[in-house]
Design a protein around this ligand. Structure first.
Ligand SMILES: NC(=O)c1ccc[n+]([C@@H]2O[C@H](COP(=O)([O-])OP(=O)(O)OC[C@H]3O[C@@H](n4cnc5c(N)ncnc54)[C@H](OP(=O)(O)O)[C@@H]3O)[C@@H](O)[C@H]2O)c1
Length: 327
């Protein structure tokens, strides 16, 4: 018998009021999928873009919003071992987290790390996978190297600081306010630059700091300053374009520094790539989560019916860490 679950969709792109809680048929698992009963689902900045009509789900993905979730496996596809049923897991999603149930390839699911509560677990996967795949797999951050993270108190930023410190690297960040700077210092950043008051490139130069790796969310606006700031052999990884998509790149400066610029997106990667990232997280990052060195900072939780309020928090950027829905 087909049953209906509650889920959040966007019928007409727009502001937070465009988010609509509706009833949809319960998802059935495809052959390689599990169905998770969602107890917590992280809100990500990309969801705001999707709501406004600027970030469509990849082909074949559900129109329901939500890139990550935590919960219990309640059904499995034909080729998935029955022993998954009843396990508490975290899932990296192409969509569908803002719902009571979500279907996801089993490779994108991992056991919930020990010692982490279900709410925090709901906000773990997207940032951990993004930081791991970019800062560690792509940029190859090594112990002792210096990482610059733009937006230190974002969901991504708070995770990046903790993971880099756990790996023995040094961290500097940019943030909007002094209060946020203090949060980042408490998480282990040795310097937090308030970008509204100071030019980060100037501060780094004055202090003789040259980042080996930069995790950038501003795109065009910071491209030149980022390349200028990089150390010799530095790696700039662009994962967000909050400051625009087009800018001039000084190849001469890049060449002299033997530096690189990469831009990546997690959501559209094939299942095999996402599964490899998730397997890496379990091996390398879950031990840091279990021993408490990496923990999602939960700013606030909201019921599914309050999803517009949850989005407004990110719109206002009044949060520190993760906003989490409780479907
Ligand atoms: N490519 C990928 O695969 C991927 C995956 C996940 C996330 N992302 C991107 O990563 C970014 C963070 O995502 P999130 O969900 O963690 O978002 P979030 O929590 O909403 O954070 C956004 C951050 O942007 C910061 N910011 C705004 N203007 C800034 C400026 N001029 N300089 C430095 N920081 C500035 C804000 O800092 P203040 O509040 O201090 O002003 C805030 O911390 C987004 O751009 C998102 O699209 C990309």
């Amino acid at each position: 018998m087909v049953k209906d679950m509650r889920a959040v969709v966007v019928n007409e792109p727009g502001g937070p009021e465009a988010l609509t809680v509706t009833e949809l048929p319960d998802p059935e698992p495809a052959e390689d999928e599990v169905v998770v009963r969602v107890s917590a689902a992280g809100v990500n900045r990309a969801d705001l873009l999707q709501r406004r009509g600027f970030y469509d789900p990849p082909p074949g993905a559900t129109p329901v919003l939500g890139l990550e979730a935590a919960g219990e496996v309640v059904a499995v596809g034909a080729s998935v071992d029955d022993s998954w049923i009843g396990r508490h897991v975290v899932a990296l999603l192409a969509g569908g987290g803002y719902a009571e149930l979500v279907a996801v390839p089993v490779g994108q699911v991992a056991p919930m790390p020990e010692g982490l509560d279900e709410v925090a677990a709901g906000g773990l996967m997207e940032t951990a996978a993004t930081v791991w795949s970019n800062v560690f797999m792509t940029a190859g951050l090594r112990p002792g190297e210096l990482l610059l993270v733009h937006g230190g108190t974002s969901g991504i930023g708070t995770t990046a600081i903790q993971m880099a410190r756990a790996a023995g690297a040094r961290v500097v960040v940019t943030v909007g306010t002094e209060e946020k700077a203090q949060v980042c210092r408490d998480l282990g950043a040795e310097l937090a630059i308030v970008y509204r008051e100071q030019d980060f490139r100037e501060v780094l130069r004055e202090q003789g700091l040259e980042p080996d790796v930069i995790l950038d969310i501003m795109g065009a606006k910071y491209l030149d300053a980022n390349v200028r700031a990089l150390a010799t052999n530095g790696r700039l990884v662009v994962i967000g374009m909050q400051g625009g998509v087009k800018a001039e790149l000084d190849l001469g400066r890049l060449l002299t520094k033997r530096a690189s610029v990469t831009a990546t997106s997690l959501r559209a990667r094939p299942v095999a790539e996402k599964s490899a990232i998730v397997a890496d997280l379990v091996e390398h990052v879950w031990p840091w989560v279990t021993d408490g060195r990496v923990r999602p900072l939960v700013h606030a939780t909201y019921a599914l019916d309050e999803v517009a309020d949850a989005h407004q928090v990110l719109e206002d950027s009044s949060h520190v860490g993760k906003v989490v829905l409780r479907p």
